[in-house]
Design a protein around this ligand. Structure first.
Ligand SMILES: [Zn+2]
Length: 211
């Protein structure tokens, strides 16, 4: 990405955040864009706003901690990362938990011990399926999609790991918002790439698809 594209991207996310200050994902993406641009104090603010909106969004702690380390705020970084580790552990967010552990080790802070799994019980039947989207509130009510929602690798992955409520939220709400507010042209490689990236962020898929 060129510096001009990055500036443009930051401006778009700022617009998105202004349009809907409750949009945790837009706040998160703004934070990431600022971080990639080396604007760490601004990125820290965006990540802190994200966590206010979405305290269970474990990966945000990882990025926030990284920014704080870059700014030389070791103690605050250790505090944020320790909290993030516990959040990721409780939610079963394996990748953020591992990344956070690495950051804790890198600043010489102790990595906490895993807590025993918590049993939630609100009286509703357990579907046996667990959704992996960070921020999913379905818990044991999560229902699996009966078929991959899109016909490629990512569709298989969504069916395997994401509940039907989260898929609907993406399809009906988030994807429309992403396309409109980022003014994505889906016929261009850039537009498609940004759309895919946003969808992966939304579902908590970290790695790029295997070519
Ligand atoms: Zn879900």
């Amino acid at each position: 990405m060129t510096p001009a594209e990055r500036t443009e991207q930051i401006a778009r996310y700022r617009n998105m955040v202004q349009g809907d200050p409750e949009d945790d994902l837009a706040q998160f993406r703004l934070g990431q864009a600022l971080m990639e641009d080396g604007q760490f104090p601004e990125a820290v603010e965006a990540f802190e706003r994200t966590l206010k909106l979405s305290p269970g969004f474990s990966r945000v702690y990882q990025y926030l901690g990284e920014c704080l380390i870059k700014e030389g705020q070791r103690d605050k970084a250790a505090e944020v990362l320790t909290k993030g580790w516990a959040t990721a552990d409780e939610r079963g967010d394996r990748l953020p938990r591992e990344a956070i552990a690495k950051l804790l080790v890198s600043i010489g802070a102790p990595v906490p011990a895993p807590a025993p799994p918590k049993v939630e019980d609100d009286g509703s039947p357990d579907t046996g399926f667990r959704c992996q989207r960070p921020g999913c509130m379905e818990g044991k009510r999560a229902k699996q999609l009966t078929a991959p929602p899109v016909p490629d690798e990512i569709g298989t992955r969504i069916q395997a790991h994401i509940c039907s409520a989260c898929w609907t939220l993406w399809l009906k709400d988030q994807s429309v918002k992403v396309i409109n507010e980022l003014r994505l042209d889906l016929s261009s490689d850039f537009g498609q790439g940004e759309y895919d990236r946003h969808m992966r962020e939304f579902f908590g898929f970290e790695d790029a698809p295997k070519a």
